[in-house]
Design a protein around this ligand. Structure first.
Ligand code: MG
Length: 287
């Protein structure tokens, strides 16, 4: 099931996208995505308001969870080739400098002010940074609360998946010797265009692609994650209660702007598109 938050005729709704990805119908009685997550068990049989169904092309898709109750959890350096390009770039933050592949996942967060949706403008913040970069990532959405979740039970806690762009100001990441400030700026977390529920896909075999102005920059598969999804859920939930609606971004593959020599950072007017199998395409313009 593909679920989207969208605007049509001035009304914001949660709807179900059909299997051909051409029509969307609002789900009766579901106000927002957290409602949908709470009703996960009966969502498939929930009635759609077919009188208000319309072509997907006629609606404005919005960030599926526009105001998460907590920071977005993110994982750094989780694809080998990206870990290598990061190590060689000179932009690596002090706390994780050194080995190309770490023995434990690097986890940081992005605050809720970073969230924007498909086709929203991402601000370049040129008064404080000149090295804004893109990071295409698979994100998972927690469906069932849990703490100290074991690897074997991890998938039982996942509601679904979506795309995020973990936008990063590399100079702030480097200069402040941590990852938060460079990743926390307003609009720095585009998300969408929809959530596919966990039964829709195999998260360990999804193609992840990213284009800048039509040029393919990132092209990988989630099977190459260093720390797989069960490991990430187990690590982050150790002593920390994960709650429905929490978002975990799983890391970006090689091909980000800092990996080029010289680096290819984003400029005003650049368009970044990210596609992941079953999850559609997330496009944003940078200004
Ligand atoms: Mg990232």
């Amino acid at each position: 099931m593909k679920l989207a938050r969208y605007a049509a005729n001035g009304v914001i709704r949660i709807g179900r996208i059909d299997s051909t990805e051409t029509r969307i119908a609002p789900i009766a009685g579901v106000e927002d995505m957290l409602d949908a997550i709470a009703r996960a068990d009966d969502l498939r049989s929930a009635a759609t308001d077919d009188a208000n169904a319309c072509p997907l092309a006629d609606v404005t898709l919005l960030a599926p969870i526009p105001a998460p109750r907590r920071n977005i959890f993110c994982v750094g350096k989780n694809y080998r080739d990206h870990a290598r390009e990061f190590s060689n770039s000179g932009y690596e933050a002090g706390a994780v400098k050194g080995a190309e592949i770490d023995s434990h996942p690097a986890v940081f967060t992005k605050p809720a002010n970073t969230l924007v949706g498909p086709n929203d403008v991402v601000q370049l913040h040129s008064h404080i940074t000149s090295s804004v970069d893109y990071e295409a990532e698979l994100a998972l959405i927690i469906g069932k609360e849990g703490r100290d979740i074991k690897r074997e039970q991890a998938y039982e806690h996942i509601f679904g998946y979506t795309i995020v762009n973990d936008v990063t100001a590399r100079d702030r990441q480097r200069n402040h010797k941590q990852w938060f400030l460079g990743k926390a700026l307003d609009t720095f977390c585009p998300m969408g265009p929809w959530i596919a529920t966990a039964d829709e896909l195999d998260p360990e075999n999804l193609d992840v692609k990213c284009w800048v102005n039509g040029e393919l920059r990132q092209n990988a598969n989630t099977r190459d994650l260093i720390f797989d999804i069960p490991s990430l859920v187990a690590t982050i939930s150790a002593g920390l209660t994960l709650k429905p609606g929490d978002i975990i971004a799983t890391g970006t593959p090689a091909g980000v702007g800092l990996g080029f020599n010289p680096p290819k950072f984003l400029r005003a007017g650049d368009k970044v598109s990210i596609s992941i199998s079953h999850l559609g395409t997330l496009t944003n313009t940078f200004q």
